[in-house]
Write a protein that binds this ligand. Structure first.
Ligand SMILES: C[S@@+](CC[C@H](N)C(=O)[O-])C[C@H]1O[C@@H](n2cnc3c(N)ncnc32)[C@H](O)[C@@H]1O
Length: 195
């Protein structure tokens, strides 16, 4: 798929962000890219098209509380959520259309739980899951340590000063001294690991 076709995929990434993700993914060396929050796969497709192997982690389930409630009531039944099924189907369809299925491993699970069993160094980390401060902090604290020196980290929706992604950048990532060369493209911020 060419870049214009990638731009036309369903998803929440701007053309500028998509190009930045392609560039970052093309620079990824010595491991896969991990993406927290793939949704319909637009960002996944940009990065896999650039040649990276992408681990795509998402719940594909926007109504998890309903499912939890059913289980809590001990009804012994798991609600099949049409919308979440549709989101995951669309993710798979878009990967197929882009011809990148072979370069993507998807994991349908909470990002914090996946991190507990993760053991590989990674070359790039794209954080675009839940955007509340606690959620972004959990993603950052669980995953950033796996990024190789020379690798990169990117946060989507980092444009709001008091928003979760920007607060994690300002309160945790920048003071850590791990990252250098911060840049922004549209609503995305990214940096390179130096220590
Ligand atoms: C803003 S969307 C991602 C947009 C996507 N990157 C794109 O290219 O359009 C956020 C996604 O994060 C997922 N998500 C939210 N909390 C999560 C968690 N704890 N673990 C995994 N995925 C999560 C949601 O299911 C949703 O699909």
């Amino acid at each position: 798929m060419n870049v214009k076709e990638l731009d036309a995929l369903d998803g929440l990434i701007s053309p500028g962000e998509g190009r930045a993700l392609m560039w970052l993914a093309g620079e990824a060396q010595g491991g896969p890219v991990v993406e927290i929050g793939s949704y319909l796969g637009k960002s996944t497709c940009y990065m896999a098209t650039a040649g990276a192997f992408v681990w795509a982690v998402d719940l594909w389930d926007l109504r998890l509380p309903t499912e939890k409630l059913d289980k809590a009531r001990n009804k012994n039944r798991y609600t099949v959520n049409f919308e979440s099924t549709r989101a995951h189907q669309r993710f798979l369809e878009q990967l197929k259309a882009a011809g990148v299925e072979e370069r993507v491993q998807w994991v349908k699970a909470p990002s914090g739980e996946v991190a507990k069993v993760w053991t590989l160094p990674i070359a790039g980390l794209f954080i675009d899951g839940a955007h509340g401060f606690g959620s972004v902090r959990l993603d950052y604290e669980s995953w950033a340590k796996w990024v190789n020196p020379g690798g990169w980290i990117a946060f989507h929706d980092a444009d709001k000063e008091k928003g979760g992604p920007n607060r994690v950048i300002e309160e945790l990532a920048k003071p850590s001294g791990w990252w250098d060369r911060w840049e922004r493209v549209d609503r995305m911020a990214f940096a390179w690991r130096i220590s």
